[in-house]
Design a protein around this ligand. Structure first.
Ligand SMILES: *[C@@H]1O[C@H](CO)[C@@H](O)[C@H](O)[C@H]1NC(C)=O
Ligand SMILES: *[C@@H]1O[C@H](CO)[C@@H](O)[C@H](O)[C@H]1NC(C)=O
Ligand SMILES: *[C@@H]1O[C@H](CO)[C@@H](O)[C@H](O)[C@H]1NC(C)=O
Ligand SMILES: *[C@@H]1O[C@H](CO)[C@@H](O)[C@H](O)[C@H]1NC(C)=O
Ligand SMILES: *[C@@H]1O[C@H](CO)[C@@H](O)[C@H](O)[C@H]1NC(C)=O
Ligand SMILES: *[C@@H]1O[C@H](CO)[C@@H](O)[C@H](O)[C@H]1NC(C)=O
Ligand SMILES: *[C@@H]1O[C@H](CO)[C@@H](O)[C@H](O)[C@H]1NC(C)=O
Ligand SMILES: *[C@@H]1O[C@H](CO)[C@@H](O)[C@H](O)[C@H]1NC(C)=O
Ligand SMILES: *[C@@H]1O[C@H](CO)[C@@H](O)[C@H](O)[C@H]1NC(C)=O
Ligand SMILES: *[C@@H]1O[C@H](CO)[C@@H](O)[C@H](O)[C@H]1NC(C)=O
Ligand SMILES: *[C@@H]1O[C@H](CO)[C@@H](O)[C@H](O)[C@H]1NC(C)=O
Ligand SMILES: *[C@@H]1O[C@H](CO)[C@@H](O)[C@H](O)[C@H]1NC(C)=O
Length: 693
């Protein structure tokens, strides 16, 4: 009774809420616990163990995810004859009775993920066969083996999209999908597939998207699915990828082979429409320039293809195969996390549409971009985490990289880059961090001579973001960035760069918005740490320096984020927070400073501001008689002692001065006593009053 009343009142509330939406058209109304919008019913997460029987008969969409339905009975859907979409994901579904769908022959989309349909799969299979219009079927996560799958898919010839992800399929052969002639999309990820027999997908003439990710496939040879647009074979153990030879045009646009064990660059179809080639995290390299390579000029590989009792031997010259495929439509190439030591001459030249190239985390030692391989469309180039000590870019008249925007050279061994490499580009972001470089113009060194090698970043008018962390920079000269309107600058971990304070940044101070000066040896004694010129600064990182007092000039800035971690600040001046800084500041980091526990008025004031969020609040500590105490929830005893300390100070002074006073007093007394006689006589003499002795 009570529960009825509860659900009634709930419905009421929901109806009221529904009317609140004045869009007029698709008003939500509520039946007991389900939400009705137009012809769609949402009964997700309602702890239902059966399909509700009293929904409007004309519904088209019924969502019953996250309930506890075990069986879909013959009668369950009988009254919903217009049903087109039914979702029963994450229930405890074991069985769909053969007659369950006889009343809803229009059902097009059926989602059954996360159930236990393996239990009575042959009965369920019969139910599925009674759906002549079924287009989309999701059977993922149902503990199905390949034999069960064969049974369940038999005669589902109307299917266009099928997911069998997260089951226990181990091998595939041509019988599995043979009846699915309309299939366009097939998801087999997260199974245990280690073998796919030739011909498995051959019948699927309309197949466009095939996902085989997270299986145990050891190689893909004779790849001949010309109709496929997307193949995802990432996260397998693939050592070889080899397309069939010939000039057939492949529709392939996206090939994902990342996280595999490829040793060689994949042998791609000669003619394809490939746009994205993802090869991240493999073991690839080019082998022609092996250390003792003279005898290896023509590295070839022989494949033994065994089928039944016939064996074919294919001999391939690896590098030539790469150069034979037409990659003129390739847009995105990810070769990161491999073993590449060099790129063959002309390798990039044929990728005339390439806009993103990721070569980070390889072993590249030099890179030569030639004028005859103009990467005219390249916008993003990531060469970070290699061993590059040399970068050669042949600069044509219009520049070899005219559209380059992001250039990541972080963590290499570069000391220089080709002069003017940045000037003829659209470059906005350069990451040179973790290279041992120096910037031009240089400060003369002790002998008065300049260091010979430096990188010139002056007059790069498009550059906005520059990352120079951990470059071992010598002192930055004041005109280093002149003509380069930087908004983001990272100089962190360069101990000597700002030895003379912020003077070096004066050319760009007004433009800078984000500045990191972490661990740059700044201390409050450096002559010039005046931030007053940085009026557009929004984010400032001053952590890991030796500031012993809060830089007063910060109070006038409109900072949003300020990082003061790991300095030597005893307090933050409250008056700074009462100025502009306190009004704009939103994010503040303060931990690992020796704040004084007895002088935390500013801390309470910060808290009272409410707009300032101390992100590391829990880690902020203060220092009380050589103890380090968490500032949040400072024990009352400490506060007491602090108060006492002020009182005690007065006492202390008293105690300190008392002995001195006493000593003086005693001294006076002694003097008085010693000279008492004389004094008395003096007194007497003065008064000359005769007195009888
Ligand atoms: C009103 O209902 C429409 C359709 O269901 C929905 O998209 C929209 O977000 C709702 N607006 C409000 C204010 O609830
Ligand atoms: C369900 O319907 C099928 C086909 O109409 C029939 O063979 C089966 O016996 C029915 N099952 C039950 C439990 O009524
Ligand atoms: C469903 O499977 C269980 C266990 O495998 C079995 O006991 C039961 O008879 C099956 N039900 C039907 C209707 O086949
Ligand atoms: C599949 O369809 C064929 C031809 O319509 C039919 O002969 C066969 O019995 C069907 N298989 C099943 C399991 O229903
Ligand atoms: C391939 O599948 C994996 C796993 O589902 C996914 O993370 C990845 O983004 C997919 N690749 C593409 C290109 O969609
Ligand atoms: C290359 O040749 C030298 C001398 O012949 C030999 O010592 C060295 O081990 C060879 N290196 C490789 C990788 O084979
Ligand atoms: C072997 O080669 C022949 C002729 O080139 C071809 O018809 C046959 O399909 C190939 N067999 C295999 C297993 O590749
Ligand atoms: C290969 O096997 C087929 C039957 O599987 C047989 O007819 C044929 O003679 C065999 N060929 C050879 C060369 O063994
Ligand atoms: C590569 O393919 C494109 C069209 O996809 C075509 O225009 C171009 O001529 C081809 N290049 C070569 C070298 O075959
Ligand atoms: C450059 O690459 C490094 C490491 O690969 C990465 O941490 C950094 O964020 C990248 N820089 C930019 C500006 O994207
Ligand atoms: C930068 O440009 C300015 C104005 O065009 C010019 O005077 C100056 O010499 C240039 N500096 C460098 C280092 O090229
Ligand atoms: C805490 O203060 C004492 C004396 O006031 C000082 O000796 C000690 O170094 C300080 N501790 C830290 C971590 O700064």
């Amino acid at each position: 009774m009570e529960s009825v009343f509860l659900s009634l009142s709930l419905s009421l509330v929901f109806i009221v809420a529904g009317w609140g939406n004045k869009t007029g058209m698709a008003l939500a109304t509520y039946h007991r616990t389900c939400k009705l919008v137009h012809r769609a019913v949402d009964c997700n997460q309602r702890w239902e163990s059966t399909v509700p029987e009293d929904l409007p008969a004309d519904i088209e969409v019924l969502l019953l995810d996250h309930n506890t339905i075990r069986t879909l009975k013959n009668t369950s859907l009988w009254q919903y004859q217009n049903l087109e979409t039914l979702s029963l994901c994450e229930n405890k579904l074991e069985l769909i009775e053969p007659g369950a769908f006889l009343g809803s022959r229009d059902l097009k989309n059926l989602f059954l993920a996360g159930n236990t349909l393996f239990t009575n799969y042959s009965v369920t299979a019969a139910a599925l066969r009674s759906l002549p219009a079924l287009r989309k079927l999701d059977l993922s996560g149902n503990h199905l083996t390949e034999d069960m799958v064969v049974t369940m898919l038999c005669n589902l010839s109307s299917l266009e999209s099928l997911s069998l992800a997260r089951n226990i399929i181990m091998r595939l052969d041509s019988s599995v999908f043979e009846s699915l002639s309309q299939l366009q999309e097939l998801n087999l990820e997260k199974n245990y597939i280690y073998e796919i027999e030739g011909g498995t997908f051959e019948g699927l003439q309309g197949l466009k998207i095939l996902n085989l990710a997270y299986n145990y496939i050891p190689c893909i040879v004779e790849f001949g699915l010309t109709q496929l647009k997307t193949l995802n074979a990432s996260n397998n153990i693939i050592e070889w990828f080899l397309a069939i030879e010939g000039d057939a045009v492949f529709e392939l646009e996206t090939l994902d082979l990342s996280h595999n064990r490829l040793l060689f660059f994949p042998l791609l179809p000669r003619q394809s429409k490939l746009r994205s080639l993802l090869l991240r995290d493999n073991e690839m390299s080019f082998y022609r320039k092996l250390p003792n390579a003279t005898s290896l000029m023509d590295v070839t590989v022989q494949f033994l293809l065994i089928e039944g009792n016939t064996t074919n031997v294919t001999t391939l010259s690896l590098w030539e195969e790469v150069s034979l495929s037409n990659l003129s439509s390739l847009n995105f190439l990810d070769m990161s996390q491999n073993q590449f030591r060099y790129l063959p001459d002309g390798f990039l030249g044929r990728m005339t549409s390439l806009s993103h190239l990721k070569l980070n985390q390889n072993c590249l030692e030099t890179l030569h971009i030639q004028e005859r391989e103009p990467l005219g469309m390249l916008t993003d180039l990531d060469l970070s985490q290699n061993r590059l000590s040399e970068l050669q870019v042949d600069l044509g008249s219009e520049g070899t990289l005219p559209n380059l925007r992001l250039f990541n050279l972080s963590a290499n061994r570069l000391q220089r880059v080709p002069p003017n490499i940045f000037t003829h580009t659209e470059i906005t972001t350069v990451d040179l961090s973790h290279n041992h470089i120096d910037l031009c113009p240089q400060q003369a060194n002790a002998n008065g001579a300049e260091y010979p090698i430096c990188i010139d970043l002056r007059n790069v008018t498009s550059l906005r973001k520059l990352y120079l962390a951990g470059c071992g920079l010598e002192m930055v000269a004041s005109n280093t960035f002149s003509g380069t309107p930087l908004t983001h600058l990272d100089l962190s971990n360069n101990q000597r760069a700002l030895a003379r304070g912020l003077q070096s940044l004066k050319d760009i101070s007004l433009m800078l918005q984000v500045l990191s000066l972490r661990n740059t040896g700044l201390s409050s004694t450096v002559e010039d740490i005046d931030f007053s010129g940085f009026q557009n600064l929004v984010s400032l990182d001053l952590s890991e320096n030796s500031l012993t007092s809060f830089p007063e000039s910060l109070s006038g800035l409109k900072l949003h984020t300020l990082d003061l971690r790991r300095n030597r600040l005893p307090s933050l001046p409250q008056h700074s927070m009462q100025k502009q800084l306190g009004r704009s500041l939103n994010v503040l980091y303060l931990s690992q400073n020796p704040f004084d526990c007895c002088k935390l008025e500013w801390w309470d004031f910060l808290h009272s501001l409410r707009t300032v969020h101390v992100m590391d609040r829990g880690q902020v500590t203060c220092n009380y008689s050589s103890n380090i105490i968490n500032t949040v929830g400072l024990p009352e005893s400490v506060l007491q002692s602090c108060r006492w300390m002020t009182v005690n100070m007065a006492l202390l002074y008293l105690v300190l001065t008392l002995p001195a006073c006493l000593t003086l007093l005693v001294a006076f007394a002694v003097i008085f006593l010693t000279f008492k006689h004389k004094l008395l006589q003096m007194v007497k003499n003065q008064y000359r009053v005769s007195s009888p002795y």
